[in-house]
Ligand binder design. Structure first.
Ligand code: UD1
Length: 417
């Protein structure tokens, strides 16, 4: 099994260009199912989750062609409505094909995504909301069997809780529903804004009416289009934290700083010096890292997808810090591994107490989920000696060329196959 050897201690210095956003690409790929015309996508990151979503589309009958960095998708021959467990089990975003399949064909059989290391991650909000658009469903042997006998019909839907995936599934489905749909209490992550931009360019009739409310008027057909996916804000945040952690100096290119304002302000409070331009952020980490208390929250709050990385940084703070995880109930899998490296982190419920002034020690480690694995790399680059990180397939789900990008700015990471 593939693993990484990581040698510390290093200071990161240089430039990193941010790849396309995984979490924006996934719903956009699912939304291509709405169309019968050619769709060209640019800037999709080369990561496993995108490959899995493309395999899922192909299994549904999409024709996918690669032309240099562009991916062309045609769905004119796409007739299948069955998304199998083998493709959906590794990637929860597989459930995002449910909305577009129902919108286009009025029926779908899609595997439930199943368990996940960071929590139970149910899809009840997706299903309840779809049923308000006229969908009838049953869950039989791990599959959602859904159909809309009269087609999807627009409705007023208030999400009981903010959910990124449910907001995306419903926005996509409502684009072809008869009449008007109003979705309120929506997630407003930048990736959702990107999905909406994509759908509008495709000819869908969508309008934000308040901060968390969206109005969609169903259309009958959609256009051909060419679209460039936004940059990955979680990847950018990860490298900013890496710079702050190693007293490094990094120029992060290809990302609009406005979408990671919360993260930038927190890093400034911790002591990092940050300057920003239109599509560029320069960070200089400071010797002294100040403690801070953080809680994760839906956008524009601090993202749960950066919680593990931030925890590593806070291990180096001058005093004790606290992190409250408000999104996923079990997202502290990295803590046991960080403690094996010398961290002093204790967990009570959803609150982590992080003692500062830690000197990490190199160790052999086990990655447990995508963001946990990157947090182990961050700890390892600040540990003297060689660390080994096992099960890096988690990492490959979401970070394009991570060891290449980090090695270019001074890290020493080797992939062992
Ligand atoms: C997306 C992101 C993930 C990120 C998360 C929160 C993608 C592909 N993934 O995941 O990286 O960590 O947003 O920002 O974009 N919930 C329910 N029932 C549902 C749906 C969600 O109870 O039907 C709960 C979840 O268990 C969780 C919370 O709502 O506690 C938020 O989950 P959600 O925003 O839906 O996350 P994802 O879309 O799965």
């Amino acid at each position: 099994m593939k693993k990484l050897e990581v040698f510390g201690v290093v200071k990161l210095k240089g430039q990193i260009t941010i790849s396309g956003s995984k979490n924006a690409s996934l719903p956009i790929l699912a939304a291509t199912l709405l169309s019968n015309k050619k769709i060209s996508l640019n800037n999709l990151p080369k990561v496993k989750d995108i490959e899995t979503m493309i395999s899922l589309l192909k299994s549904l009958g999409s024709i996918v062609e690669y032309n240099k960095k562009t991916i062309n998708i045609k769905n004119n021959k796409q007739v299948k409505t069955f998304a199998s467990y083998s493709l959906v089990k590794t990637m929860r975003a597989g459930i995002l094909v449910l909305g577009p399949l129902l919108a286009k064909f009025g029926k779908a059989k899609v595997s439930l995504p199943g368990g996940c290391a960071i929590g139970t991650r149910p899809v009840d909000i997706h299903l309840e909301a779809l049923s308000k658009l006229g969908v009838k469903y049953k869950i039989i042997q791990g599959y959602v069997h859904a159909n809309a006998p009269k087609g999807l019909i627009g409705a007023n839907i208030k999400f009981p809780k903010i959910s990124v995936g449910a907001t995306e599934n419903l926005i996509i489905a409502a684009c072809l529903a008869k009449g008007k749909t109003i979705l309120s209490n929506c997630a407003i992550e930048p990736e959702i804004k990107d999905l909406v931009n994509f759908l509008k360019k495709m000819g869908c009739n969508i309008k934000w009416t308040t901060k968390r409310t969206i109005k969609i008027k169903g259309v009958n057909t959609v256009n051909e289009l060419d679209y460039k996916v936004m940059a990955d804000r979680i990847e950018a945040g990860t490298y900013l934290i890496a710079a702050a952690l190693t007293e490094g100096n990094l120029k992060i290119r290809g990302i609009n700083p406005k979408i990671i304002n919360t993260e930038i302000n927190i890093l400034k409070k911790i002591g990092a010096k940050i300057t920003q331009k239109k599509n560029e952020i320069v960070i200089q980490g400071s010797k002294k890292i100040k403690n801070i208390n953080i809680k994760t929250a839906p956008y524009p709050g601090f993202p749960t997808d950066l919680q593990a990385q931030m925890m590593v940084l806070l291990c180096k703070a001058n005093k004790k810090s606290y992190i409250r995880e408000e999104i996923f109930e079990n997202r502290f899998m990295h803590v046991a591994e960080l403690n094996r490296m010398g961290a002093k982190i204790s967990i009570k419920g959803n609150k982590a107490t992080i003692q500062g002034n830690i000197k990490f020690k190199a160790a052999e480690l086990m990655a447990t989920d995508l963001r946990a694995s990157v947090s182990l790399i961050l700890a390892a680059i600040t540990s003297k000696g060689k660390s080994i990180i096992n099960r890096i397939y988690h990492l490959d789900r979401g970070y394009e060329d991570i060891e290449k990008k980090l090695n270019k700015v001074g890290a020493k990471i080797k992939r062992i196959n």
